[in-house]
Design a protein around this ligand. Sequence first.
Ligand SMILES: CC(C)(COP(=O)(O)OP(=O)(O)OC[C@H]1O[C@@H](n2cnc3c(N)ncnc32)[C@H](O)[C@@H]1OP(=O)(O)O)[C@@H](O)C(=O)NCCC(=O)NCCS
Length: 136
Amino acid sequence: MREAFAEYDGKLPQPSGALRETVEDVRRAMAEGGAALAFIGETGVGSARYLLEADALYVGRVAVLPGYRRRGIASALMAFMEQHAREMGLTRVHIGVRESLPSNLALYESLGYERVNVEPHDADRSWTMIKPLSGQ
Ligand SMILES: CC(C)(COP(=O)(O)OP(=O)(O)OC[C@H]1O[C@@H](n2cnc3c(N)ncnc32)[C@H](O)[C@@H]1OP(=O)(O)O)[C@@H](O)C(=O)NCCC(=O)NCCS
């Protein structure tokens, strides 16, 4: 996760919290929800975390190592999360995406997520993007 988010260090209007997280922070977050790791062979190349809500799965910290991008790993992680949510009887998956990262907004839109709400995130703005799972 840190290696994936490192490119944002000093570049975003509001620094990513991902770069400040300790191993203990990550452990605590995973204990509250869960996480998925993507492997190519024995190499860990991507990760994402989730939290369970009343009827939704909240996904965060989606991360793919720079050398392994644009080959569908984030898409595969999101497909895994959506399947996991369906198996738990949840009706939607949502994620927060910064307005300052339009390629990320495009990625989730291409996966069927819709922008539903935008809120100030200190010096940036954060979009809530939702994908309904019912009927699929
Ligand atoms: C965002 C991130 C997770 C995407 O991972 P990825 O494995 O490269 O994504 P995918 O290969 O599944 O992308 C699927 C589609 O998203 C779009 N997409 C992905 N990266 C893009 C980019 N840099 N510019 C434009 N579109 C992009 C494309 O439509 C792509 O389809 P294509 O490969 O057929 O063109 C990765 O770039 C990353 O770790 N970034 C740093 C951390 C971060 O911003 N995490 C997201 C937090 S919300």
